[in-house]
Design a binder for this molecule. Structure first.
Ligand SMILES: [Zn+2]
Length: 48
């Protein structure tokens, strides 16, 4: 399962949709947010 966060350029809210508010959302990759760590966590959980 992949999570790709987008930042709506219209309402400035994070969304999982490529399009929001009828406009293309910008790809959001904040430094605080680490999808890789999250993914690793899920993997460990699933293996057990
Ligand atoms: Zn929006």
């Amino acid at each position: 399962m992949k999570f790709h966060m987008y930042l709506c350029r219209v309402c400035h809210r994070y969304t999982l949709k490529e399009r929001h508010c009828g406009d293309e959302s910008a790809s959001a990759h904040p430094l605080k947010f680490s999808p890789q760590d999250k993914y690793a966590k899920y993997k460990v959980k699933e293996n057990r």
